[in-house]
Design a protein around this ligand. Structure first.
Ligand code: LLP
Length: 414
């Protein structure tokens, strides 16, 4: 299953990636439906079957075909903008399948979500709570709220994707949350249902999650002692994957899912539990298929210039993230070098100082783990059209699930 060599040529399931490049051009994202289903199956058995509500964090990848697939497993969606809301509705999610997170929501966004009676808002600040109360009062409705608590737990991940520390902009301190919950009557149009915590992303060590469970268990006991009884707890997302070994199964790449689910269920099972995973569901399901434009040497530095770029995958430039490079043709003769794109920025590199085979112009290669935060963080910098997305379906057929943007579409915005 997934991305493997057959006859020394890289395939996605049974489809030769050369066929995809010939048909749809490069750069292109290529997804394996089998991997997406495998990931969803595992989250279902670990979490949904234990009574958790799983809301897919669609910022990781908002392709509607992928959203529809997760919907068929009984997942809802975690959204952070009106755009994500519109996409969720386009796919057919009901208001009751949607929770609205994010550190700043506009008045228009609050109104839109209240009109649809979404499941709940994850509220991150006093100002947001006041805006929501005011908007709900005008509309004469009640808003269901989980307050986002910043538990000051170190997720031990890249500082740019750590969110659960006091120095991060997300959530509110326990003191503030306690104050609001004990003054709930000041907000008559808000139902305070519970708490939300999301401590960071790409978390590989289970300990921060286990600490979070203990923290919430103690904190909710304290709240009970003050007469505040909550019903919902959202433990966020953040499950990390193995970028060094990108074609592993989800249970190898994120081995602690089962332990985490069981521990949360045991210690916090008296609450309706929620999680909001993004990356773990999609990261390993796709590669960015690119063509080598040529190779060059500057002094003793060897560069492979490809047609894919940071506009397709910004993670290496933004977080110094590692993404595995795999040749389409199985080959050896390695030289150390960088894989770079054509964008006019020194940071436009997809991989640095890697053992690379002797590439020639026209060769294909893939950049792995391109299912999460790749297409969804893409841009048109240098007037590069957004790249297409191709799904290799479980039955072996090929589905173009997003076409390449045209130049006319880009120009028409101006
Ligand atoms: N819930 C909330 C409130 C979030 O902020 C996020 C991600 C998630 C859930 C999903 O987290 P996940 O399971 O995907 O780790 N662009 C970065 C990741 C940013 C994550 C932002 N928030 C990257 O490429 O690594």
């Amino acid at each position: 299953m997934g991305f493997t060599y057959k006859n020394s040529r890289l395939h996605c399931d049974d489809v030769d990636l050369q066929v995809v490049a010939d048909e749809y051009g490069t750069p292109a994202y290529v997804y394996s439906e089998k991997i997406l289903k495998r990931n969803a199956d595992v989250l279902k058995s670990c979490f949904i079957d234990r009574g958790f509500k799983v809301s897919y964090a669609m910022k990781a990848n908002s392709n509607p075909k992928i959203l529809a697939l997760f919907k068929s497993y009984g997942m809802g969606v975690d959204i952070v903008s009106a755009g994500e809301y519109q996409m969720a509705k386009h796919v057919g999610f009901q208001g009751s399948d949607i929770n609205f997170a994010g550190v700043g929501k506009t008045a228009g966004e609050l109104k839109l979500a209240l009109e649809d009676d979404i499941d709940h808002f994850n509220v991150e600040s006093l100002f947001e709570l006041e805006h929501l109360e005011a908007q709900a009062a005008i509309m004469g409705v009640q808003a269901n709220v989980l307050l986002r608590l910043n538990p000051d737990i170190d997720p031990q991940t890249h500082p740019h994707i750590s969110t659960g520390l006091k120095k991060n902009k997300f959530g509110m301190s326990a003191e503030m949350v306690t104050h609001l919950l004990t003054h709930a009557s000041d907000y008559p149009h808000v139902n305070f249902e519970g708490l939300h915590c999301h401590i960071g992303s790409q978390i590989l060590n289970p300990q921060p999650f286990l600490d979070l469970i203990d923290y919430l268990s103690k904190y909710t006991d304290e709240l009970s002692g003050m007469g505040v009884d909550l019903t919902h707890l959202d433990l966020g997302g953040g499950f990390g994957v193995n970028y060094e070994n990108p074609f592993e199964d989800i249970l190898e790449t994120t081995p602690y899912l089962e332990t985490f689910a069981e521990s949360a269920h045991k210690k916090l099972g008296n609450f309706q539990l929620h999680i909001q995973p993004g990356r773990v569901l999609v990261a390993n399901s796709a590669v960015l298929l690119s063509r080598v434009l040529g190779v060059k040497e500057n002094g003793d530095h060897y560069f492979v210039v490809v047609d894919g770029a940071t506009t397709d995958l910004i993670r290496p430039a933004l977080y110094n993230a590692y993404h595995e490079i795999t040749s389409y043709r199985e080959q050896d003769n390695f030289t150390v070098g960088d894989v770079v794109g054509p964008v006019c920025e020194s940071s436009d590199a997809l991989a640095k100082q890697r053992e690379l085979p002797q590439y020639e112009s026209g060769d294909l290669l893939t950049v792995a783990s391109a299912g999460a935060y790749a297409s969804s963080m893409g841009s048109t910098y240098n007037m590069r059209p957004r790249s297409p997305e191709v799904l290799i379906k479980s039955d072996g057929s090929i589905d173009l699930i997003k076409r390449r943007q045209t130049f006319a579409e880009m120009i028409s915005l101006y």
